[in-house]
Design a protein around this ligand. Sequence first.
Ligand code: KIV
Ligand code: NA
Length: 256
Amino acid sequence: MVTAYDAPSARVVSEAGADLILVGDSVAMVVLGYDDTLQVTVNDMAHHTAAVARTKPEAHIVADLPWMSYHVSAEETVQNAALLIRAGAQSVKLEGGRKRLPMIERIRDAEIPVMGHIGLTPQSLHAMGGFKVQGRHAEAARRLVQAAKSLSHAGCYAIVLEGVPVQVAEMVTEAVEIPTIGIGAGPHCDGQVLVYHDLLGLETRLAAKFVRRYADLDTLATEAVRCFADDVRSGAFPSSRESYHLSEVELAALGI
Ligand code: KIV
Ligand code: NA
């Protein structure tokens, strides 16, 4: 699974053969310039989901329910999940364990598949006291296994495991039938997810331990734009071949 937030990124992710495209609320940080995911609304998420969906990717589209879109009431939760489905998602993802079970049930009652997300849940930034690895102590590790079991029992079709020790991810993966998808959770998960901008080196602010940069597109892009600026200033761009010309007939008519 790889994130995408617009048509070009969705095309790349699907063409490259990913099974799932996540329209993540990480859009807040990597696209919209915010410091955390708490700033995006369900309308923002629908806007980006629709752009991804217009490319009609082969990959399954899962969209994040953002903070406060599934915390207030069951009615709002179902309406918000439906908004993302109507924008083109095929399922929704939400963060949290046991306390989310009633909302998961309501969303599933509306025939919308739900992906869970436990461990380091970025929407809990302030409650966690920062972006910190979760499940480092035996009791917390056991709670994560219980949370995964309850999500699986509630009918989630997969679970993202973020920011947990390798062994905890392995315990969770063994404890549930549904696939686990890891990020900063070691190699024992059934799948892995990375943020598009991290994977491609387009995001230069954050460099978490779990990010592997497969390209340095930020440097390539900066060099390309610098070349353009240099060519404009020197007069090397545009060339004759990159310009439109009047025909001989029209030139003659104009007396040029
Ligand atoms: O928003 C996001 O990109 C995510 C992934 C990191 C799992 O939720
Ligand atoms: Na997210």
